[in-house]
Design a protein around this ligand. Sequence first.
Ligand code: ATP
Ligand code: MG
Length: 469
Amino acid sequence: MHTKKVLLVKYGELSLRKGNRKLFEHALLDTIRANLKPLNNEHLRVSREQGRFLIEDTSGDLDTASVLPLIRRIFGIAGFCHAVKTTMRNIDDLCEVANDFFAAQIAEAQSGFEGTRGYLHVPPEKRGVAPGFEGTRDHLHVPPENDLALPASRECSATHTCPRQKGASPPEKRGFAPLASFKVETKRSDKNYPLTSTEVSAEIGAKILTSAEKAGTNLKVDVHTPDITLWVEIRNDVYFYITGERGEGGLPYGLSGKGVLLLSGGFDSPVAGYLAARRGVEIVAVYFHSPPFVSERAADKVKDIASQLAKYTSRVKLCVLPFTETQVFLKENTPHEKLTIFLKRAMLHIASRLADRERALCLITGDAVGQVASQTIHSLAAVESAAAFPVLRPLAASDKQEIMDTAKRIGTYEISARPYEDCCTVFVARHPENKPNFRAIERMESRIFAELSPIMDNALNNAEFFDII
Ligand code: ATP
Ligand code: MG
């Protein structure tokens, strides 16, 4: 077959990391291959080519619809481009292939938009492709305009109205905004090719325009702010593609070291775990469980959350730790309005001991500054010294709504929303102190620590571990 459908996988940020580049590329390649295993397709090939991966089916067109769902959530992938690869090199043939590809992409996008999840779309100014895109055209380069709101731009192709398309019908009335302009951008790695990049772009652009005119489609060339860019790459083979669906971004899972995530059944900590994992931190989750004050269903809820996170990370190690004895001890031995602070310190002490055993190097919590009394800066300062490792708080500066939006996107929202409480009212102070003095707290804890410490060790020794896949 001269020409076939393939998928290009771009990994923007990795290419910036010179020293680690090889390591990162191999980690990503392994993950993509592992995720595609269930397809059981011996013809499927994933290969690395200057700054991107190529996924193809050696027997013909790639069935992208079966491939994409398996690799969409892999951290470290900046984006996916639906492409055709051809062995033809004659410019007339290339014009034909380009024109067919372009027309097919438009037709597909305009018909079943939902089904394709929109890989043809989003003018650069809406997508956040940097103005310097021309200069770095090797990368998809999709900087996260807003880390917590990735989906907004990912989905915007379905609803956006190009500024130049005055009078376009409302989003609900159309599958895809009609395209008004395009450009062709050619990159020629094979310097022996007889035409320059500009000449190739011009030839292909002219062909597309002529066909559009024949078909009665109103299309024009706009080299500055086109609605759509057709990319052409002349290598050993020639590739045509249109900037596609955005990936999760971030860094390959596990390459940034390991961290212990304090995972409750609430909305925040799952999102914190997702964000840390997206930066490449391998997650060992710990849930402090307090039977009989909370039901087993609370622990099940945390297991379900962990398995949702595992959809991004392949697996998550979850430690369910019996916390009741520690809680009861602290309730009896500390002032009630300070109990929450001592409980959180105990969690950080135990999580640090777990981190030691697991060879993890940080703790991760779902704290957001000012969200509740125990998350004021004073309270965070009062718990910090209990941690033997740096405490990452990926949500520290996030608003609740942003956190909820991310929870919805990553699929933990519905699970966290289940009504089982993760903390028994017996242990929640009616008037928790929101400006504790950290020195006073540390002094108080030091007086009871000789008794508290073995209780915490005992809890860790009796913890149950689950490998959530
Ligand atoms: P979340 O929504 O994550 O439960 P929250 O807003 O309810 O957070 P807190 O209950 O004060 O706030 O908890 C702050 C952080 O402490 C949580 O995000 C989590 O990292 C950790 N944490 C609290 N309770 C538990 C628990 N039972 N097991 C594990 N971690 C916990
Ligand atoms: Mg909570």
